[in-house]
Design a protein around this ligand. Sequence first.
Ligand SMILES: CC(C)(COP(=O)(O)OP(=O)(O)OC[C@H]1O[C@@H](n2cnc3c(N)ncnc32)[C@H](O)[C@@H]1OP(=O)(O)O)[C@@H](O)C(=O)NCCC(=O)NCCS
Length: 173
Amino acid sequence: MRTTLQTPRLILRPFVPADAPEAHAWFADPEVMRFTPTGPDRDLDQTVRRLARFIDHQGAHGFSRWILLNRATGQPLGDAGLMHLPEYGWIDFGYRLAHHAWGRGLATEAASAWRRLAFDEFHLDSLTAFAHPGNSASLRILARLGFLEQRRAPVLGMDSIIFLLRNPNPRSI
Ligand SMILES: CC(C)(COP(=O)(O)OP(=O)(O)OC[C@H]1O[C@@H](n2cnc3c(N)ncnc32)[C@H](O)[C@@H]1OP(=O)(O)O)[C@@H](O)C(=O)NCCC(=O)NCCS
């Protein structure tokens, strides 16, 4: 089972508990978490619990939200990946960067890598993503990756546009 992924500028790997203090920097940032239904983490313990959910999910499914590291320096920059959303019955595709890392194409790079992993290695049939209608950067990324708008509806209490991307080469059984 794959547990690391490299792109030209990033290393992606599953979270470990020791990532919490550095990850808290972006999970607690109101600007970064503006379009995340939970809002920002209020304290480090909330980030510790968030990462524990990611780590449990990784153990159960072999994929999860992974941490993004600057490939040259090892500096943590954000998170991206896939999570089952059982209450909606879909696999959710998401990405998030620390504010200082915005605007350099890094989210597109991470999201493209996860799209390939999801379809070519995990052989998932489809991915779902949701974004607030005001989250222009995220809407650009989803469009660029080929996600198609399905409908508008609240997701986890947030007004959202829901998108779907089907695996272009589904594995025949
Ligand atoms: C959304 C987010 C991940 C984008 O990260 P990023 O690395 O800055 O994005 P990129 O540099 O790859 O740019 C993606 C596209 O959005 C565009 N873009 C970036 N910032 C923008 C802005 N403020 N307004 C409009 N478009 C924007 C870029 O020009 C690019 O478009 P292109 O593909 O046509 O060139 C980042 O802003 C973030 O972490 N936001 C908070 C978390 C979040 O909202 N995650 C998504 C939840 S659905």
